[in-house]
Design a protein around this ligand. Structure first.
Ligand code: NAD
Length: 484
């Protein structure tokens, strides 16, 4: 095991081993084998990170906006300069194609730092004038230490979407990347060491949810928790952090509907629907997994969609031409396959895919699943209600707008919806009635980083993005001055 790369924590500006000296195995999904070791940290390592973050807070929070902005730009530039290294690490950890990491995930991490580097220099607060009596103004001050906890599906993209605004607002950070995909956070720590980001401003503690995540959530010095992950984990975090009156932002699971009306731009809809269903092996919280198609075009859509999806090449993610890679872990693969079985038990018919794949060569033991399409299920069966989070979608026809809205809104989730129609009035009407934090009309995954991002219902509370994120990571204090 000596040849395995040993990932370290990043605390107080330095790479450090976990205090216990214990490590966990980190698997490469495409080959199904261990390729590195992750610190199996615990509450003692979290305490070290908190000590470092506390020490760094006075000077980081007092730094001028311009100087703090410069630091964020330096981090962005550092990631951009090492794009290939980050993309290969992300692909190795996660199973996603290198080409996807290079074109989407890593560039977005760069944009996250750039965006908040600029946003912080435009961050203003309000004043309220009480005519003839006095004036109020709002001071937005950093909270102290922010805890940032992220999942495995978009490892660097989602981690930096939290870290960048937290740092921009003048906080110091203790972050825990997913133990399933720790490699890019490790590289980011090394980058911060290289550019000599002031020590303790940003700290990474690697390890499991119960051993590291939970100590972050209950640490009295960590005043805000920004979490992205599953709904059950979010519920647990809320149960321990809310009684401590911490600020909480929870971005959770989804079961996103994709509503296709017969009057849509068909070619664009079809190409985008393949992407919105199977990008990153369907492991994007924003992927559509329930596809509702207006009856006049249902049979045509079914034939065209099945043909396109069956042609998707699944294979070695390290190959630049691969479009569909491995799913993230063996246990996740088993979970997804069990849902494909459940769908058939519930009366569904598999139209495409449905099986595990064993590619030839180095990936023969990797965790690959064919992109899968299922029809013949009711909107309220378990397959159509529970989050699967893999390369599996269901399709079903509908006749009326009222009917499809009731299907779309029938789950406990409400993260994102895609609507395809050329009828402008209908697009607005449907968007208003959808129980969803995001509605895309005639597009998918188009993001303006200034807009609020997040879900409704069991998909979460709080909003990330733009000024909302800077508000989350600051406390608003009202100063009221009465005229004498
Ligand atoms: P997860 O909830 O299992 O883990 C997420 C993170 O929480 C990991 O770092 C994990 O170690 C940590 N964690 C686990 N238990 C914890 C605890 N008790 N206290 C503190 N931290 C704990 O989720 P996952 O499997 O990594 O990610 C997949 C899920 O994330 C899916 O449900 C997906 O929909 C969701 N997701 C949501 C969004 C969004 O923006 N809403 C984005 C991406 C992923």
């Amino acid at each position: 095991m000596n040849h395995l790369l040993k990932i370290s924590n990043f605390i107080g500006g330095k790479s450090v081993e976990p205090l216990s000296g214990k490590y966990l195995d980190n698997y490469e999904p495409a080959i199904g084998q261990v390729y590195s070791l992750i610190p199996d940290s615990d509450a003692n390592d979290v305490q070290l990170a908190v000590d470092a973050a506390l020490k760094a807070f006075p000077s980081w929070s007092a730094m001028s906006n311009d100087d703090r902005s410069e630091w964020l730009i330096k981090i962005a530039q550092g990631i951009e300069d090492r794009l290939d290294e980050f993309a290969e690490a992300e692909s190795r950890d996660n199973g996603k194609p290198v080409s996807l990491a290079k074109s989407v995930d890593i560039p977005r991490a760069v944009s996250n730092f750039r965006f908040f580097a600029h946003a912080l220099t435009h961050f203003s607060s309000e004043s309220h004038f009480m005519q003839g009596i006095g004036i109020n103004y709002t001071l937005r001050q950093p909270i102290g230490i922010a805890g940032c906890i992220s999942p495995w599906n978009l490892p660097l993209y989602l981690l930096t979407w939290k870290i960048a605004p937290a740092l921009a607002a003048g906080n110091t950070v203790v972050a825990k990347p997913s133990e399933v995909t720790p490699f890019t956070a490790y590289l980011l720590g090394k980058l911060c060491e290289d550019i000599q980001l002031p020590q303790g401003v940003l700290n990474f503690v690697h390890g499991t949810g119960p051993q590291v995540g939970e100590p972050i959530c209950i640490h009295p010095e960590i005043k805000a928790i920004s979490f992205t992950g599953g709904t059950a984990t979010g519920r647990r975090i809320a149960s321990v952090a809310a009684p401590m009156f911490k600020k909480l932002s929870l971005e959770l699971g989804g079961k996103n509907p994709n509503i296709i009306f017969a009057d849509c731009n068909y070619a664009e809809m079809l190409a985008t629907t393949v992407r919105s269903s199977f990008s990153n092996q369907g492991q994007i919280c924003l992927c559509g997994s329930r596809i509702f198609v207006e009856r006049p075009i249902y049979e045509k859509f079914k034939a065209d969609f099945v043909a396109k999806v069956s042609a998707l090449k699944v294979g070695d993610p390290a190959n630049e031409n691969t479009k569909t890679g491995a799913v993230v872990s063996e246990s996740h693969m088993q979970k997804v396959l069990s849902y494909i079985q459940l769908a058939q038990d519930e009366g569904g018919k598999v139209l495409a895919g449905g099986q595990r794949i064993y590619p030839e060569g180095r990936c023969k033991d990797g965790w690959f699943i064919e992109p899968t399409i299922i029809e013949g299920l009711s909107h309220d069966c378990r397959t159509n209600q529970e989050e699967i989070f893999g390369p599996v979608v269901t399709i079903m026809p509908f006749d009326t707008e009222e009917e499809v809205l009731s299907y779309a809104n029938s789950t406990i989730y409400g993260l994102a919806t895609t609507v395809w129609t050329e009828n402008l009035t209908r697009a607005h009407r449907v968007a208003e009635r959808l129980e969803s934090g995001i509605v895309w009309v005639n597009c998918w995954l188009l993001r303006d980083l200034r807009t609020p991002f997040g879900g409704v219902k069991n998909s979460g509370v709080g909003r990330e993005g733009g000024m909302e994120a800077l508000h989350f990571f600051t406390e608003a204090k009202n100063v009221c001055i009465k005229y004498q």
